[in-house]
Design a protein around this ligand. Structure first.
Ligand SMILES: [Zn+2]
Length: 425
């Protein structure tokens, strides 16, 4: 028995919307029909009238916190949060405890995802053992165990030689390097960006160069080694400029940006509230504008959430002491839809592609497609109902968001992974 999704609005390449009926069976999209509703006898029917149907959303940068930080999030709660946000494929960062730098830890995460997770989890492995920047992990063994790339996310790889060795090795086995770009010598002890907020509150700031120096260095190393180099959470005008320039030279670089870096600047921070503290930090309005322009002209390839849950107690330690990070799964699509699509700045197709088709293309994944024979990873989205962000409703253990109370449209209503309904509002 399959599922017929009837009367769904599907957005096509030229941004027009057409009504389609989709039969999901055996985990794949079996049929796509137009016109009069088909006979659904023998199948479950879901009326999607008035809702948008997209491929399941893909998020290539998330923190599931397991193993080691289960008080912040688990693979069970994190994948539920993802499903509630419309995501069916998520790629998790290895800065857990232990970090994902051995075959055993990769297997642990994949097993947990299989038994307790409800969406597809793709793990990254560390570049260096313990993310200490001193010794490369066993790239071949990690690849064989199932990682999709290497990253020391959470910290930058400080040594250029170490990064070059990592890139050369990754290139030789056809794997990407995913980089958290941050030069530690420029950020010592800072919690927020260098800018208005830091000045007003007498805080030490994190300068834009701390990110862009690594972006520039790594682009040169990527050119020298031929690796696919992917830049994490771009937040500065300088990084956008460097990546744009590198792409013009045909260097194999791709990049991602988070919703908060497209929507908020340091001038929006209301006070010493750590729900506004993340790394990279909120930058200046000029940086926000550069990230938007970079996304629009293709310099930045994809949108990711950098979903980073923390406990309330941890976030209550204040701006200086609280850990960096905000949750992202359950607000990502509504935020971007409301801010950029509903206001006519972006087409709906543009936003959907940046969260489905393009992440799949950048990482060579088979998902993110709405076509016959493709995996039945599907998301139904209500574009009409306006609702305020209420962290108490989150499926995530994390409540750490700066968007509490924001009135948004574009809420995911139903998520299907491989033909199974994994979330229904
Ligand atoms: Zn990071």
């Amino acid at each position: 028995m399959g599922i017929w999704i009837l009367n769904a609005a599907v957005v096509t390449a030229d941004n027009t919307q057409t009504t389609k009926h989709i039969l999901v069976e055996g985990g794949i999209i079996e049929k796509i029909a137009e016109g009069a509703a088909p006979d659904t006898a023998g199948h479950t029917a879901i009326d999607a009238q008035g809702k948008l149907l997209t491929p399941g959303l893909i998020d290539m940068h998330v923190h599931l916190r397991e193993p080691g930080f289960e008080h912040k999030e688990t693979i069970a709660t994190g994948t539920r949060s993802a499903a509630r946000g419309g995501f069916t494929t998520i790629a998790c960062m290895p800065n857990t405890r232990p970090v994902i730098d051995t075959v055993e830890t990769v297997k642990y995460v994949l097993d947990k995802a299989e038994t307790e997770g409800i969406v597809r989890v793709l793990p990254y492995g560390c570049i260096t053992k313990n993310e200490l920047g001193r010794e490369l992990t066993d790239f071949d063994a990690l690849k064989a165990a199932g990682v999709i790339g290497y990253t020391d996310d959470g910290v930058g790889v400080q040594s250029a030689q170490m990064m070059k060795d990592a890139m050369a090795k990754a290139a030789s086995i056809g794997m990407p390097i995913i980089a958290h770009c941050e030069d530690n010598t420029l950020v010592e002890g800072a919690a927020v960006s260098e800018g208005e907020f830091a000045r007003k509150n007498g805080l030490k700031g994190i300068p834009n160069e701390s990110e862009a120096i690594h972006v520039g260095r790594d682009i040169l190393l990527a050119e020298a080694t031929g690796v696919h180099y992917h830049v994490c959470h771009v937040s500065t005008e300088q990084s956008v400029r460097l990546i744009r320039h590198a792409k013009q030279f045909g260097i194999k670089v791709t990049a991602e940006v988070c919703p908060h870096h497209l929507i908020l600047s340091d001038e929006d921070i209301p006070g010493m509230d750590a729900n506004w503290k993340m790394n990279p930090p909120l930058r200046t309005p000029r940086d926000v504008q550069a990230c938007i322009e970079g996304l629009l002209d293709g310099t930045i390839d994809i949108v990711v959430t950098d979903h980073a849950p923390h406990s309330e107690e941890e976030k209550a330690r204040g701006m200086a002491l609280a850990p960096f990070g905000i949750v992202g799964f359950e607000t990502a699509f509504p935020l971007l839809y409301t801010k950029f699509v509903a206001t006519g700045q972006w087409t709906l197709q543009f936003l959907v592609d940046k969260m489905t088709k393009l992440p799949a293309e950048v990482f060579g994944l088979p998902w993110g497609k709405l076509e016959v024979g493709a995996a039945a990873d599907l998301t139904l989205i209500d574009l009409e109902t306006e609702k305020a962000v209420d962290p108490a409703e989150f499926a995530s253990k994390g409540r750490n968001t700066p968007f509490t109370g924001w009135k948004l449209k574009g809420w995911p209503a139903l998520t299907i992974m491989e033909g199974k309904v994994v979330w229904s509002e």
